[in-house]
Design a protein around this ligand. Sequence first.
Ligand code: ATP
Length: 488
Amino acid sequence: MLKVQNISGGYGSTPILSNISFEVEKGKMLGILGPNGCGKSTLLKVISGIMKPSTGTVYVDGKEIKDYSPKQLAKKMTVLPQLHATAFSNTVRDTVSLGRYPHQSGFFSSWKTEDEKAVVNAMEQTGVRKFEKAQLEYLSGGEQQRVFIAQALAQCSSLLLLDEPTNHLDIAHQKQILDMIRKEVTNHDLTVVSVFHDINLASLYCDEILLMEDGKVRAKGVPHEVLIDDQIMDVYKARISMQAHPEQPKPQMTILPDLNELAKEKVITVENIKITDEYVECKSAFPLRVLSSAVHNAGLGWYSNFINRTVQQDYNIYQVKEEFLQYLIEEGFSPTNTVGMMTAVHTKNAIVKQYEAPFGSVIVMVTAGIGNAIDVSRSYDRDNKNHVGTINTWVIVNGKLSDEAFVQGMMTATEAKTKALHHEKVYDTISNTMATGTPTDSLLIAATQQGEYMQYGGPITEVGKVIGRGVFEATVEAIQIYRRGALQ
Ligand SMILES: Nc1ncnc2c1ncn2[C@@H]1O[C@H](COP(=O)(O)OP(=O)(O)OP(=O)(O)O)[C@@H](O)[C@H]1O
């Protein structure tokens, strides 16, 4: 659909673009990214024919753009430049109707049903029909932007060139406009080339990304191939981290700020752990990075409080999440800053230990109810009912863990727990084989993210050695206490 070949050019004698080549297939959306001043808008001007390159060629549908008449080209291609504050004295409807000019023979003299349909449809899609009689100059920046998007859509061309289309729009309208453009791409084979400043929106909505740097193409490809931490940090000269999107296989970027307060030394010790009749609590003055399978706030996040709450054996497990949230609120815990587990084991049977390591200390907390212990390799033989009996484990590391160290730390802790069950000869009473855990065990790995950086958390790393030993010893002790009949 669009082929850009060896484009170089600039303003006067100042070169801006240098040997740019790429293609966009029909029905695809390409996002152009790059730092301020790298030449994104200049490239759009060359593609649209507004600016002549010093060398190179732009083809649309196999034909050079210079071989199209302006009207023919406007039927093929619509350009939405960056919105600048200007006073427009036109109504919204008239502004959108201007998009139909390539389809007119004499201006407005040949207004047809299909023109009317295109204008109304574009106003409805962009949510501006309610303003159709209003003067454009009285609309907000975001509303004006939507009117210009409607004008571009009313043109009904097969190639849309957009320069920061969501500039000025709030998140609901960013989503509405981009969802709508995406739908046109997917359902009606519209081809889109759009400049973005928001890397995350470009990643979410575009099939491919063209990353520019100093007037050149630094990379082009599908979002996960182009939006790589090191490459983005190098091009934008900013510290960032790429994370997985919760619903789509599209990487999302987070800025990593250089905040001084992060540098202050922060340490967790056994003094931070308090045991009441109702729960074991770890209260920190600062948030820790946590990966857990807890009841409340499972997954990866930052939290300052962890609680392991004792409940009665007849606790109604069907409304656990709602009830736990209510409990946290009543007890004065911040639901968004607390990770919560529950157990039928009395808090007085919790084992809390501190281990010193070369990088700092590690705190381990375990409560072990083994009345429902199972052999995971034989769980297919069981019913699906939940019974009382859970092993809850916390591992709190005074150190800085990578994502893989968090996951490896969980594996190391799980293996240590299973080894403790074997050491204590805990059996699955149904299969009559050695148990490996219980069906409802919870595990939490937390790290202060201060001090020594640890890339790995497996059994022979410094942190893995402490996790392995600590979880094993604490779980053995917790099982022995349980067996002494201390369960309430
Ligand atoms: N009309 C002009 N005359 C002279 N120089 C210009 C003109 N327009 C842009 N430039 C220069 O060309 C370079 C590229 O500008 P361009 O607008 O293409 O960058 P951009 O990547 O779109 O930037 P931004 O992200 O800030 O919108 C900049 O150094 C800019 O100052």
